[in-house]
Design a protein around this ligand. Structure first.
Ligand code: NAD
Length: 288
């Protein structure tokens, strides 16, 4: 690439998402130094041991000072607190981005801290991840051939947007842009609702069956459908709080669909059941 590597990237919240970003940048020679900042010293120690970061800096002001790019990758509920804590060290020379699964609340947090969303703040969300968490789950190729959605605002500095786009595409991701509102309603449907359903189904079955005997008879379908119920509860709590309205809308939609399916089962309405399942199969076969 003709573009100079970044000198310093700071990862705030060093887990699966921030750690994988760091590994990707290093592997592709996109950055000279990665600084890690996280809540616990043991996370930073692990990050150093695993070669995810070059330097650990628990003091957030020191961590972001002199960075070309700051990646916020802590649970989204902490965004406002973290932006407030780092604000005195941000003089406009660093670009700040994030990886949060909801964008509306992140943009609101930036507004609350800075009065308006700074033009050097580029909200983002990699559509990649797993039910595993922590820096030890970080993978160099997590974002390879995955989509990353950026939700720039009308005032976002084009150079800041370019820097973030270049970092993601440099590690093999396909970068798309859309509005904050579109992002949050699309992701409510394709990610937040399925996670909610998986958590709810497993919890319902587990509660009814104290010894969890039932899971001994669970085969492939159950496993595939419920794998995401082992995702991190804190992260998902923050998402259900942050994207409340879009999630309620899609739960309402889904509940009406479930009622229709239930009625078809009650009435043994073969045509209705086959109609639902055939439409679903065609749609599913089309996108895979
Ligand atoms: P994670 O639990 O693996 O990592 C989060 C890290 O942040 C941990 O090291 C934790 O110690 C640290 N942390 C927590 N609170 C903090 C605070 N107040 N200050 C500083 N550090 C703090 O989680 P993750 O899966 O890497 O998710 C991080 C972000 O990425 C979340 O905002 C999530 O919405 C988003 N995201 C996750 C996925 C996924 O599948 N896991 C996918 C896309 C986006």
């Amino acid at each position: 690439s003709l573009v100079q590597p970044m000198n310093r990237v700071t990862i705030v919240g060093l887990g699966l998402i921030g750690g994988s970003f760091a590994l990707g940048l290093k592997a592709h020679g996109l950055c000279n130094e990665i600084v890690g900042c996280s809540r616990s010293q043991s996370t930073l120690d692990k990050g150093l041991q695993l070669g995810v970061i070059d330097r650990a800096e628990p003091d957030i002001l020191k961590a972001v000072a002199g960075a070309d790019l700051v990646m916020l990758a802590a649970p989204i509920g902490s965004t406002e607190t973290l932006l407030r804590a780092m604000a005195p060290a941000l003089d406009g020379s660093a670009v700040v981005t994030d990886a949060g699964s909801v964008k509306g609340n992140v943009v609101a947090a930036a507004k609350a801290v800075f009065g308006k969303v700074p033009n050097w703040f580029v909200p983002g969300h990699p559509i990649a991840g797993s039910e595993r968490s922590g820096v030890e789950a970080a993978k160099v190729d997590l974002y390879q051939n995955h989509k990353v959605i950026l939700t720039p605002l009308p005032d976002t500095d084009p150079d800041a947007l370019n820097l973030v786009q270049h970092a993601w595409s440099g590690i093999g991701a396909e970068v798309l842009t859309m509005s904050v509102e579109q992002h949050d309603s699309v992701l409510a449907a394709t990610s937040h609702l399925p996670h909610l359903l998986a958590f709810s189904l497993v919890d319902t079955l587990a509660k009814e069956d104290e010894n969890q005997e039932i899971f001994r008879y669970a085969a492939g379908g159950f496993r595939d459908f419920t794998r995401i119920a082992s995702s991190d509860p804190t992260m998902w709590h923050d998402i259900f709080i942050a994207n409340q309205q879009s999630i309620l809308d899609v739960i309402g939609h889904f509940s009406r669909g479930l009622e229709v399916f239930k009625a078809a089962v009650e009435q043994q309405d073969s045509q209705a059941m086959l109609g639902i399942m055939t439409r679903a199969k065609v749609a599913r076969d089309h996108f895979t």
